[in-house]
Design a protein around this ligand. Structure first.
Ligand SMILES: [Zn+2]
Length: 407
């Protein structure tokens, strides 16, 4: 098979899924999901094997915050009425990523994401600092992030989230802090980068709260914007077409529109790019959380249709898992039966008991899925600590971390 053929096949495949998004079962999904014998199509397997060779020019990291194995399964059941219907569940490379901090068993987003983007596990609450940091009291050493490496190498970088742009997960890519709660300290770091010219496309929510926290420190969006000669827009549609490095801090984010805008801008890079896209997948509200996973999955299919898997590594994972389990249900019936009554009752118990779904509304310790396609994706297999994902992404670019170089 020529190198061009599988790429063509994979991108046309993703495109077809994009076009058919919303249809219960597209012909393409039918074609690519495991058939009755449980075997993925030979063409898809061959194509993905081909795509794992060589170096990546671009890396796209999709982070479903709290998207554990059980939540991914439940998202497929809730959205499509069947298991294994998500686009990412067709990807050829799967591993289980262990998320704990250095001192506990269960991770929060700060440690979970810091470990993925710096290769160093730390403590809960700490944003991309070494584990000798004491939350809220003492700084550790800043641990160099994937985004900082990308900036140092002259790539374009982008971070998109439906959550506040200063929330622990996005913050871990561009900031260093001993306490994830210090948004007034975290946000300005995007404008004073340690490497390159800093994150190029930054789009997230949280405008009101970030504004309040900055005001408490005598800062503001306006002052920051003036000092760094960089506008901070309050909505995505305020970004002029001519601005190649937009910062948007809105009250609410349309993740799809934001991600496609970021991709458009980053794809203009002469040297490649890093794009990080986070979508919250906590299932405290099970319907909302599972919907977010299905929506993120559709976005991933759409983005896959716009990139060349011959030079772009796409990686999906979570920062930690969450206590959701499907323990009943019948094909053809809504797996979230009883949700509307629960929602109407406004109950706020720690444990939610629907007919077929039990939600212990807390983070949990078990490993989370890591799924990958594109150059370097074949290193995503087996059980591994989440820090391995940093090595996978660095290795895909062919880069050596400063720590490895010093050894
Ligand atoms: Zn999280």
């Amino acid at each position: 098979m020529t190198p061009a053929a599988p790429r063509l096949l994979m991108s046309s495949l993703a495109l077809a899924i994009t076009v058919s998004a919303g249809v219960f079962l597209s012909p393409v999904q039918a074609q690519t999901r495991p058939d009755a014998a449980g075997v993925a199509s030979a063409a898809a397997v061959a194509a993905s094997a081909e795509a794992t060779q060589g170096r990546a020019r671009n890396v796209i990291l999709f982070l479903a915050d709290a998207g554990g194995v059980a939540s991914i399964n439940a998202a497929s059941l809730a959205a499509y009425g069947e298991p294994l219907r998500l686009h990412i569940q067709q990807w050829p490379n799967l591993g289980l990523s262990e998320t704990s901090p250095v001192d506990d068993f269960v991770s929060d987003s700060a440690n979970g994401m810091s470990a993925i983007v710096t290769g160093v596990k730390t403590r809960n609450g700490v944003i991309s600092q070494s584990p000798d940091a004491v939350r809220g009291q003492r700084d550790g050493t800043p641990t160099k992030t994937l985004l900082e490496y990308a900036e140092e190498h002259g790539l374009l970088t982008g971070v998109v989230t439906n959550m506040p742009i200063t929330d622990a997960t996005p913050a871990a890519t561009y900031a260093h802090a001993n306490d994830r709660g210090r948004w007034g300290e975290i946000f300005p770091q995007a404008f004073s980068p340690r490497f390159g010219d800093g994150v190029d496309v930054l789009i997230g929510a949280g405008r009101r709260q970030i504004g309040e926290q900055m005001a408490a420190r005598g800062a503001s969006f306006e002052a920051l914007s003036r000092t760094h000669r960089r506008p901070i827009y309050a909505a995505l549609d305020q970004v002029p077409a001519a601005n190649p490095r937009p910062v948007v801090v809105a009250d609410q984010i349309d993740v799809r529109a934001a991600a496609l805008k970021a991709l458009d801008l980053l794809q203009g890079s002469p040297k490649g790019y890093l794009l990080v896209i986070e979508w919250d997948a906590h299932t405290d509200d099970p319907r909302q959380g599972l919907r977010n996973i299905a929506d993120l999955d559709r976005l991933i299919a759409e983005i896959q249709g716009r990139v060349d898997l011959g030079d772009t590594l796409m990686l999906f994972t979570a920062d930690h898992s969450f206590g959701l389990q499907v323990d009943g249900g019948t094909r053809g019936q809504d797996v979230l039966e009883g949700y509307d009554a629960w929602k109407a009752s406004q109950a706020d118990d720690e444990v939610v008991r629907l007919k077929n779904v039990l939600v212990n509304r807390t983070h949990t310790a078990e490993e989370v899925p890591a799924l990958a396609i594109g150059p370097g994706a074949d290193r995503v297999r087996g059980y591994f600590p989440n820090t391995h994902l940093f090595d996978v992404m660095m290795g895909a670019w062919g880069w050596t971390s400063d720590a490895d170089r010093a050894d």
